[in-house]
Design a protein around this ligand. Structure first.
Ligand code: GTP
Length: 596
């Protein structure tokens, strides 16, 4: 155990986490330079494009230190977004230390702080690393001062590097060996293995990432998941080298994988404890939470022929994404689809993009919703996350909606703007304090529904990227909820209905009408777009009628041009849904989701 170091890299987006990880892999000669591809750790397409790590991967680096000894440095990668903060906290729990990576040109930013707090809560030893010192705009001294004075970290530990050129990277590896404590734990005690991640492999089943806290595990052992009591026989254990490498056993302090024929990642829950059936531990490790879907939306294929494909794609995705839930749903406007549950809006966007890109299905999404509690006059309580299930208003006694406690970290100068934003979003019980000079930590109780509606984007824009945000679920509170319907030429488009607070209903209705007006192409007749609550119209717009035939301008012209135009129209038609006699393009459904 003396020769193991378990650590993560925590950083604000784009400060160079993946680049540094790649450079470390290279320095440890885990693979030949020829095999080396950039961005080894972030290998999902979407991650690369959006530049954010979504699914973490772990790697075990054999490092020969200057003291002549070889150390196993286990780098646990973490996702970097609030939707995944529970996953981040589980990953950090499996480490003793963390590199706090800061861009020398940008300095300390919001996420740096949020992640640092998370690391400190987990009692991790922190090594500050200032990256990108090769940049002409780098100000390493200034950043070092921030680290010492604002963050209160030990300045003598600061490492300077350029992940791009490789300068200083070896010193970082050396600092990890020197300053991070080796893991503790007793290999002879009852097994306690912390699950911090799981991936699906078509041949081997679920690959469970674990940190062995106490005890030892080997192939042939029968393991038990403490959260639900299910048992499996271990087929293989091993370490995450460049590829998986089987080992005879894993014991206390180590990070590695377990293969036990677990069919889907849903059976392995991050934060759960694995123990042995024949010699179980007395208590599960603390901090386990069931994943909770908080945002719900229906997905429909644009072409009804794609329904089976969508079903297959969702099933495939779920193999690797235990946090995604789905069940059949149907809409008069859009046909058959699926009601899906997500961890948050980013999770929803990622799933949507993966379905469209990897599985090649074009989708329409409905307005995301949270889960509401309805208390009815006959004494029953029902949970509703889908506007289609809105009960008869005459029977509703009261409705409750979920509230969260938001923690927002901002430089002092943005206090006023953030306060205003929270008030606009029906915030309650605000309070604040100064965790460090010039910085305010602002807490506020907010309806979750107000947060899933572009809160994070607004926060980022009003604080110029300096606001960081985290939240926890609080409780359910009384709400004045209504169902907002959108009518196109007098027909309700059920897929556009949404559940909104009465105070927001007019603004949302108007917004939906305006967006649809822009997106629905003019047709041969006038199209009325209306927003309504119950039978009451609360907003309306019109799309005026088209006067000329689109091909008219081609008459007398060249025939191939005319054909092209018609083909283009046909292509466009594929991405349209016909409701009543009106063609509504996919973009219109998406536009309604966008905020003002
Ligand atoms: P997330 O996955 O979003 O957390 O981003 P990241 O922190 O992994 O950032 P990434 O490694 O993708 O680097 C972001 C950008 O900074 C890339 O364009 C890198 O090439 C660049 N970069 C990283 N390290 C350095 C460095 O030392 N010097 C310079 N000049 N650029 C760097």
């Amino acid at each position: 155990m003396k020769h193991i170091r378990n650590f993560s890299i925590i950083a604000h987006i784009d400060h160079g986490k993946s680049t540094l990880a790649d450079r470390m892999i290279q320095k440890c000669k885990l693979i030949s330079d020829r095999e080396f591809k950039d961005q080894l750790l972030d290998n999902m397409d979407i991650e690369r494009e959006r530049g954010i790590t979504i699914k973490s991967q772990t790697i075990c680096l054999p490092y020969q230190a200057r003291d002549g000894q070889t150390y196993d440095l286990n780098l646990v990668d973490t996702p970097g977004h609030v939707d995944f903060s529970y996953e981040v906290s589980r990953a950090l729990t499996s480490c003793e230390g963390a590199l706090l990576l800061i861009d020398a040109a940008q300095g300390v930013e919001a996420q740096t702080l949020a992640n640092l707090y998370l690391a400190m809560e987990n009692d991790l030893e922190i090594i500050p690393v200032i990256n990108k010192i090769d940049l002409p705009s780098a100000e390493p001294e200034k950043v070092a001062l921030q680290i010492e004075e604002d963050l209160g970290l030990d300045g003598s530990l600061i490492q300077y590097c350029s992940a791009k050129t490789g300068k200083g990277v070896e010193d970082i590896l050396e600092a990890i060996v020197k300053h991070l404590p080796p893991p503790e734990g007793d290999p002879d005690k009852e097994l306690q293995a912390l699950i911090f991640d799981a991936h699906y492999d078509a041949f081997r089943g679920t690959i469970i990432s674990v940190r062995i806290i106490n005890g030892t595990i080997k192939a042939g052992d029968v393991i038990r998941f403490m959260s639900n009591g299910t048992e499996y026989r271990v087929e293989e254990v091993g370490l995450f080298k460049f590829r998986r490498e089987a080992e005879k056993k894993l014991s206390a302090g180590q990070i590695g994988y377990i293969l036990a024929g677990v069919k889907t990642v849903r059976d392995t829950r991050p934060g759960d404890t694995i123990t042995l059936r024949d010699r179980p531990c007395a208590k599960a490790l603390p901090g386990f939470k069931e994943v909770q879907q908080v945002v719900f939306s229906s997905l429909y294929p644009i072409s009804t022929d794609d329904y089976e494909d969508l079903a297959a794609a969702l099933e495939k995705l779920q193999l690797n994404d235990a946090a995604l839930s789905f069940q059949k749903d149907s809409s008069a406007a859009l046909g058959f689809g699926f009601r899906c549950g997500f961890l948050g809006l980013l999770h929803l966007e990622v799933v949507q993009e993966r379905l469209e890109r990897e599985f090649d299905v074009s989708l329409i999404l409905t307005v995301p919703s949270v889960k509401y509690n309805f208390y009815l006059s006959d004494g029953t309580k029902i949970e509703v996350d889908n506007p289609a299930h809105f009960p008869d208003p005459a029977k509703i006694q009261r409705v409750e909606e979920p509230f969260i406690r938001a923690t927002i970290l901002i430089p002092e100068r943005y206090m006023g703007a953030v306060m205003t934003l929270c008030m606009e979003r029906r915030g309650e019980n605000t309070s604040y304090h100064y965790p460090m000079p010039g910085r305010i930590e602002f807490t506020c109780e907010l309806p979750l529904a107000e947060v899933i509606y572009d809160f994070y984007d607004r926060l980022k824009s009003i604080t110029q990227g300096y606001g960081s945000f985290d939240y926890e679920m609080l409780d359910y509170r009384l709400s004045d909820l209504v169902k907002l319907d959108i009518l196109v030429n007098g027909e309700i488009v059920d897929a556009l209905s949404q559940l909104v607070h009465r105070n927001n209903s007019r603004a949302r209705g108007l917004h939906a009408c305006e967006m649809l007006k822009e997106e629905i192409p003019r047709q041969m007749f006038k199209i009325a777009i209306q927003a309504a609550i119950g039978g009451n119209i609360i907003a309306r717009t019109n799309v005026s009628a088209l006067r000329k035939d689109v091909t008219a301008k081609c008459y007398g012209g060249d025939i191939s041009r005319k054909r092209k135009l018609l083909e283009k129209q046909k292509e466009g038609k594929k991405r349209m849904k016909t409701v009543g006699n009106v063609d509504i393009p996919q973009t219109a459904f998406l536009a309604v989701l966008r905020s003002e």
